[in-house]
Design a protein around this ligand. Structure first.
Ligand code: C2E
Ligand code: CA
Ligand code: CA
Ligand code: CA
Length: 270
C-alpha cells in the first residue's frame, strides 16, 4: 500500500508538472501569436425577435493557433488576463473589426471590452483613433461592457462612455444579471441596451428554473422603464424566442438565430 501511495504521488506530481509546462507553453504561444497576428473576429448576428431581421453583429475573438487549430476564448482568455496580454490581443482584434466596418455594410458591430481597458485613460481616444485611421463610421461600432466596469471606477467609466457616445459609439451592458446589478447605478450611465445573460434564457423553459422567467420579466420591466433596449443571449429554441417576444424582449442572439461565423452575410472577412 505504501508503494502504491508513492506511485500515486509520483503520478500526481507528473500531472502537475505537465499542467504547469502546458500553461507556460501556451503563454509563449500567445506571445508569438501576438507577433504573428494570429487572431480573427467571428461575427454572430443579433436579430429582431419578431421578423428575424439582422440589426448587428457581435465580434467574437478566435485564435488561429498554428498547431491546435481554432481556439475559443475559454481556452486562453484567463491566461491572457493573468499575463496582461489580453489587451494587446483585443487591440489586434478591434483593428480588424474596425477595418471590416470601414468596408461598409449595414447594422452595427459590437466588440467586447474587458474592465481592464477602462483603467487605461486613453481607451476611448485610441478606439476612435482607429475608426478615424480606417475611415469607419463610428455609429456602426458598439462596445459591450460588464457591470464590473461600472462599479470598478465609476467616474472614469462614465467619462469614457460619454466620450464614446459623443462620437456615436453606443454601449451595451453584457451578461446582465450575473454581476451586482445594483439598479441604482444603471440610469447614471449612457447604456443603450442590456444583454440578458444566457443562464436566464436557458432557465426559461418548462424544465428550467422557475425563478428565471420572473427574473427575465423583471429585467425587461426595468429596461423598459429606463428606455433601454434588450437583447436576449443564448436563444437556442423557438420556444424561448416565442416566450421572449411575448414578454416584450425585442432582440436576440443565439444559435437559433445564427452561429458565430468568419463572415458577415455573404462577405468573407478573414
Ligand atoms: P460573451 O460576450 O457573453 O459572448 C457570447 C458567447 O456565447 C460566445 O462565446 C458565443 O459563441 C456564445 N453563444 C452565442 N449564442 C449561443 C447559444 O445559443 N448557446 C450557447 N451555449 N452559447 C452561445 P465565445 O465566442 O466562446 O466567447 C466567450 C466569451 O469570451 C465572451 O462571452 C466574452 O466574455 C469573451 N470574449 C469574446 N470575444 C472577446 C474579445 O474580443 N475580447 C475579450 N476581452 N473577450 C472576449
Ligand atoms: Ca469569442
Ligand atoms: Ca459580449
Ligand atoms: Ca454575454
Amino acid at each position: 500500500a505504501k508503494e502504491e501511495g508513492r506511485d500515486r504521488y509520483a503520478m500526481f506530481d507528473e500531472e502537475m508538472r505537465e499542467a504547469a509546462v502546458q500553461s507556460l507553453d501556451l503563454e509563449a504561444d500567445l506571445r508569438r501569436a501576438i507577433n504573428h497576428r494570429d487572431f480573427v473576429p467571428y461575427f454572430q448576428p443579433i436579430t429582431r425577435l419578431d421578423d428575424g431581421q439582422v440589426v448587428g453583429y457581435e465580434a467574437l475573438l478566435r485564435w488561429q493557433h498554428e498547431r491546435r487549430g481554432l481556439l475559443l476564448p475559454a481556452e486562453f482568455i484567463s491566461l491572457g488576463e493573468n499575463s496582461g496580454l489580453i489587451e494587446q490581443v483585443d487591440w489586434l482584434l478591434y483593428e480588424q473589426v474596425i477595418e471590416q466596418v470601414a468596408r461598409g455594410g449595414e447594422g452595427y458591430v459590437s466588440v467586447n471590452v474587458s474592465p481592464r481597458h477602462f483603467r487605461s485613460p486613453d481607451f476611448a481616444d485610441r478606439l476612435l483613433g482607429l475608426c478615424d485611421k480606417h475611415g469607419a463610421d463610428t455609429t456602426r461600432l458598439r462596445v459591450e461592457i460588464t457591470e464590473v466596469a461600472l462599479l470598478d471606477d465609476a467616474p472614469r467609466t462614465l467619462r469614457m462612455l460619454r466620450t464614446l457616445r459623443q462620437h456615436g459609439v453606443l454601449a451595451q451592458l453584457d451578461d446582465f444579471g450575473t454581476g451586482f446589478s445594483a439598479l441604482s447605478y444603471l440610469h447614471r450611465f449612457p447604456i443603450s441596451a442590456l444583454k440578458i445573460d444566457r443562464s436566464f434564457i436557458a432557465g426559461m423553459g418548462e424544465d428550467g428554473r422557475p425563478e428565471s422567467l420572473a427574473l427575465v420579466r423583471a429585467i425587461l420591466a426595468l429596461a423598459s422603464t429606463l428606455g433601454i433596449d434588450t437583447i436576449a443571449e443564448g436563444v437556442e429554441t423557438d420556444e424561448q424566442r416565442a416566450a421572449l417576444l411575448e414578454l416584450g424582449c425585442r432582440f436576440g442572439q443565439g444559435y437559433l438565430l445564427g452561429r458565430p461565423a468568419a463572415r458577415i452575410g455573404g462577405l468573407v472577412t478573414a
